[in-house]
Design a protein around this ligand. Sequence first.
Ligand SMILES: C[S@@+](CC[C@H](N)C(=O)[O-])C[C@H]1O[C@@H](n2cnc3c(N)ncnc32)[C@H](O)[C@@H]1O
Length: 202
Amino acid sequence: MRGLSRTWWRRAKKANQHEPVSMRFYNVWETVSRFAAENRKRPTVVVESGGFVGMSSAFILKAFVDEGLTTAKLYSIEWDADCEQGALVPDELRPQFVPLWGKVEDFVKGDQLPASIDMFLHDSSHSYRHMLWEFREFWERLRDRGLLVSHDVNLNAAFPEFVAKTYAHNKKTGRLDAQRTSHYEWGRWGYIGFVIKKEKAD
Ligand SMILES: C[S@@+](CC[C@H](N)C(=O)[O-])C[C@H]1O[C@@H](n2cnc3c(N)ncnc32)[C@H](O)[C@@H]1O
């Protein structure tokens, strides 16, 4: 500490005084945890594309148990008949696991998927076209405050492009128009992207 200049300390002190104000504008995690708390009050429906051997499935199912979401279900879609779908899911987590074998494209046409979804996780084909298609398709099925999550958002521009389309801007200021914007929050953590849906006001 001795090596730090007086100017540095003055600046740091000043910055700290402003923290409570600036933090109000950076409440992403607060919003996410508030919506997660709301989810605990009713049956949760999660859909994932690209279930494969079930690494992501096992983590989601474990989170159900840890959070006491006893009525929650995970619908996991996988088209590769040669892979052992959900092999990594431990037996005790299977009651809440709904493996679906086939293409996502076909499931969205049928009636096996729930009409209203709380969380969608994309982890199937990571082509630009397919990712954008899945985001649009499942965004429609997400309820207000539902969460869209995508793995590997770094592989193409689909995720940032999709999020950009959920913004509305004020004509005068050019800034976010929160009323007309159709997300509450969005973010990226490593290769994982998320966006929380806001139902448009009629
Ligand atoms: C990256 S892996 C998924 C890994 C898995 N989430 C895990 O954590 O174990 C991608 C999987 O998506 C599947 N897939 C790709 N396109 C698909 C589609 N259109 N419909 C269903 N599954 C698809 C592939 O067969 C592959 O097994």
